[in-house]
Ligand binder design. Structure first.
Ligand SMILES: *Cc1c(COP(=O)(O)O)cnc(C)c1O
Length: 392
């Protein structure tokens, strides 16, 4: 008789994952189109309004606002553009620094650089995989001074203007603690909620805690518009400005081309919004499936020692966008063997992103001690996460 201890860790993980994925190859995340996608796309083509004007954009924005509880949603071409414009509206400009986690997708930092500002990398916590507000507060108390209500980095002399937490793989960061830090240091909080559509803190949707929040509808996210993003805000003036800036800053007129500032062509095309409307209708069901999938992984990995399936913190609800296996520090050295064994077996797994301060463009950027982020980067593996794996 063989028992689980007869297998080495990579093989034990392959076996556990296959209890969930079955024997057919499973990709990391694929979209599912089981609702009105075809109908709305056909309606969009039949109307000829496939591009920058059309009713689906307005409807998608209204539906997003209703779903998230934000007063306003402005649909744009992708999540990176959403973040760039959100930061610009938050007053981030050249010479500023912006606090972003080192443990995030590269877009969080690119958006800062596109505003002419400098990303300043901050530490994450094991519990939520988000920014550690305790350590951040201590760090800012030691390294910055308040001058005229602005937080000045004493080392660089630059103003730190904003804080951009990110809800990793859909797991909400400790946004209440982070809001307190933002308040203490006069920072604008802009939430990168690209991964957390459907995730809530105390019943309130992620992306609605900061002055602005942003979403992504890229093909690998919980719902997709092909490519797309949105800016969320409760402030009517900000919403108006976000719409204006992302639609070439054109002043409405029957025929004149008057643009009153330098804007962006970041508007979401109607054909993408049509897909988004249908996907949003499916979201509640997708979230149920993703939560079931989490339960299935929990069961399957119950007897696998030295690893855990990342779960929720009390009071915070995850959308379980990407299922996450966290290795104990004692077996971190087996990460690449695990990635190889699982991918060889048709179970598509991926490590977390390379930490941003380790990428060439960001090597010399300011940062605090990143011990936990560096440890997590060696220990986090994403498992196949498509909603239908949770059951249909
Ligand atoms: C996907 C993602 C983005 C950007 O989204 P795009 O739509 O691909 O531009 C930004 N931040 C994070 C954390 C993401 O995962």
């Amino acid at each position: 008789m063989s028992s689980s201890s007869d297998f080495d860790l990579p093989q034990r993980i392959v076996r556990a994952a296959r209890k969930v994925t079955g024997s057919t190859p499973a990709v990391l995340h694929e979209p599912s189109f089981r609702g009105n996608e075809w109908n709305y796309l056909k309606e969009c083509l039949d109307s000829t309004f496939v591009s920058s004007v059309g009713k689906f954009v307005d409807r998608f924005e209204a539906d997003l606002a209703a779903y998230t509880g934000a007063r306003f949603a402005v649909a744009v071409v992708n999540g990176t553009a959403a973040l760039q414009v959100a930061l610009r509206i938050a007053g981030v400009t050249s010479g500023h620094e912006v606090l972003v986690p080192a443990l995030t997708f590269v877009a969080t930092a690119s958006a800062v650089v596109h505003c002419g500002a400098v990303p300043h990398f901050v530490e994450s916590e094991e519990e939520s995989l988000g920014v550690d507000h305790h350590k951040l507060r201590e760090y800012l108390r030691g390294e910055t001074a308040m001058r005229d209500g602005q937080c000045v980095n004493l080392r660089s002399g630059r103003v730190i203007r904003a804080l951009v937490p990110m809800h990793t793989f859909g797991h909400p960061a400790d946004i209440i603690g982070l809001l307190e830090v933002a308040r203490e240091f006069g920072l604008v909080l802009v939430e990168d909620a690209a991964e957390s559509l459907g995730s809530t803190v105390g019943g309130r949707h992620t992306g609605t805690f900061g002055l602005l929040g942003t979403l992504s509808f890229n093909g690998n996210k919980t719902i997709t518009t092909g490519g797309g993003g949105a800016i969320l805000t409760d402030d009517p003036e900000i919403a108006k400005r976000a719409k204006h800036l992302t639609t070439t800053a054109k002043v409405p007129h029957r025929w004149d081309y008057v643009h009153d500032e330098v804007g962006y062509n970041f508007r979401m095309p109607n054909i993408n919004a049509a897909l988004g409307c249908a996907q949003l209708e499916q979201l509640p069901e997708l979230l149920v499936q993703k939560r079931c999938l989490y339960g299935r992984y929990l069961d399957a990995f119950r007897d696998v020692t030295d690893v855990r399936i990342h779960g929720e913190v009390e009071g915070r609800r995850s959308n379980f966008w990407l299922q996450t296996l966290v290795l104990d520090p004692s077996v971190a050295h087996e990460r690449d063997a695990i990635l190889t064994a699982t991918n060889d077996a048709g179970v598509m797994t991926r490590p977390v992103w390379k930490l941003l301060h380790q990428l060439t463009p960001y090597e010399k950027h300011p940062r605090m001690s990143l011990q936990v982020a560096e440890s997590l980067a060696q220990r986090v593996i994403n498992l196949p996460s498509s909603a239908p794996l949770g059951g249909s």
